[in-house]
Design a protein around this ligand. Structure first.
Ligand code: UGA
Length: 466
């Protein structure tokens, strides 16, 4: 285990992570595993107790392994006490949630509360690093508030947005394609960059993952990390614009998919053709039910608000949102075209998470589709490899949806819909289910199956744009 011998390299920095969500937990576990003393503070007792037991409270591939390593090394300190978390720390990373408000603005209450706690509890000068996604302009105002609270210590502020994807959070944190560090104080910027350089050095030496877990950790998918030193507002805007731009790509692909359906084109072929142009790229051009999750919908709405608050408009964003919100209804219409009236029709929905590789169902288009089907009178059974009722608590899935524990238990249904791109659904033994599906139709709302192969089994296959 050569990597754990490097414990002294960063012994002058002690880090406090505020907020044990996807970003905070992943980053904190990695810092500790890389030999840096790291506190992880969160006010939720259940989360902290689970972390102390060496596990995560949410599903994220490979994360438990790193939490365990951090705990075993004695360098990861999950705690509910700000006082403990700041007793000797030199750098704080804010990774708290930024939920959206009904009017599209971002709720910054946790951002300010975390900054205030850090300021009041810091024992020494501190670098306060914002990893949470915040609207452009927030950082300068947070720093002002912090300085109003305390003038006896030196506080510097850095905007260091996070670009990890759920489902590959560990990989993305270990091997980021870019590290953006926005700040006014050169020496603080340099200290943050040093932390990353150390962690990335650690990640490079950590070569057991590919052997153990396969190609998800293939070193061939690792690109050289680029560092960007910017102003605070630039760093803030880089983060939300990146998410908004990816959302635009998805909505563009979805709108081309609707024309492909009408014209007989195959949208996958179209996207392969345009994505081969290096200036465009193939990624995020996969049509389907649309984007969901805790980031894209909220960040696009937040960016729209930033334009509005600045007296500007951005009609491209408005269009992307509209296309996206129409996708579940677009798929509903396909179902209606096949089954006619949906009252008392039995439908199997495969997938509830907003994408594969996660148990997260925030703003999942699969849930929106399930609810639309229920509103139209259908009886829905749903299966997701990671999502259970607990995960769905905040997501307003209709109570009438019957959640199946196993996909093998599928009852006889009239139609099957794939709503999340889980690889498990690709490798289902579709041959066995043929007689269970009375209409013989599979609606692949994520375009993951091979149309020709499915049709060979006797099904009628309908994708989105395929
Ligand atoms: C996204 C960004 O990709 C991350 O870089 C960023 O750090 C993160 O938000 C964040 O702000 O925290 P994530 O929300 O985990 O990450 O998920 P993505 O993999 O980007 O997928 C978002 C949604 O778009 C999913 O519902 C997915 O199914 C959908 N999608 C994605 C498509 O419909 N088509 C595509 O081609 C790609």
């Amino acid at each position: 285990m050569p990597v754990f011998n490097k414990l002294n390299i960063m012994n002058k920095e002690i880090i406090t992570i505020i907020g044990s969500g996807y970003v905070g937990t992943t980053f904190g576990a990695l810092l500790a595993a890389a030999g840096i003393k790291t506190y992880l503070v969160d006010l939720d007792e259940k989360k902290i107790e689970t972390l102390k037991s060496g596990k995560s409270y949410f599903f994220e591939p490979y994360l438990d392994e790193f939490i365990k390593k951090g705990m075993d090394s004695g360098l990861l300190y999950p705690t509910m006490s700000y006082e403990e978390a700041f007793k000797d720390s030199t750098i704080a990373f804010s990774c708290v949630g930024t939920p959206d408000l009904p009017d599209g603005n971002v709720n910054l209450a946790y951002i300010y509360a975390a900054a205030e706690e850090a300021t009041r509890n810091a024992k020494n000068d501190i670098i306060y690093v914002q990893k949470s996604t915040v609207p452009v302009g927030t950082g300068r105002s947070v720093l002002e508030k912090m300085k109003e609270i305390r003038s006896d210590i030196d506080i510097t502020y850095i905007s260091n947005p996070e670009f990890l994807r759920e489902g590959s959070a560990m990989f993305d944190t270990m091997y980021p394609d870019r590290v953006v560090v926005g700040g006014d104080d050169k020496s603080s910027v340099e200290r943050i960059i040093k932390i990353y350089e150390h962690v990335l050095e650690f990640s490079k030496t950590f070569n057991s993952l590919e052997d153990k877990y396969g190609s998800a950790f293939s070193t061939t998918s690792i690109t050289e990390t680029k560092y960007f030193e910017t102003t605070i507002p630039s760093a803030e805007l880089i983060k939300v614009s990146a998410n908004a731009f990816l959302a635009l790509k998805i909505s563009f692909a979805n709108s081309i998919a609707t024309l492909s359906d009408k014209s007989g084109a195959n949208v996958a072929e179209v996207m392969d053709g345009i994505g081969a142009d290096k200036r465009i790229g193939r990624s995020f051009l996969y049509p389907g039910l649309g984007y969901g999750g805790g980031c894209f919908p909220k960040d696009v709405a937040g960016l729209q608000k930033s334009f509005e608050n600045a007296g500007l408009t951005n009609p491209i964003l408005d269009a992307a949102v509209e296309v996206n919100s129409n996708m579940p209804a677009y798929v509903l219409n396909k179902v209606k075209q096949e089954l006619g009236e949906l009252s008392d029709k039995n439908i199997l929905l495969l997938g509830l998470a907003f994408k594969s590789g996660t148990s997260d169902c925030r703003k999942s288009p699969a849930i929106k589709l399930a609810n639309l089907l229920v509103e139209n009178g259908a009886n829905i059974s749903a299966f997701d490899p990671q999502v259970d009722r607990e995960e769905l608590k905040h997501e307003k899935l209709s109570e009438s949806v019957n959640i199946l524990a196993e996909v093998d238990e599928i009852p006889s249904v009239d139609i099957v819909i794939i709503a999340t791109e889980w690889p498990e659904f690709k490798s289902l033994n579709w041959k066995n289910f043929k007689d269970n599906v009375s209409s013989g139709v599979i609606i692949d709302a994520r375009n993951i199956l091979n149309k020709k192969e499915i049709e060979k089994l006797g099904y009628k296959y309908l994708g989105v744009g395929i």
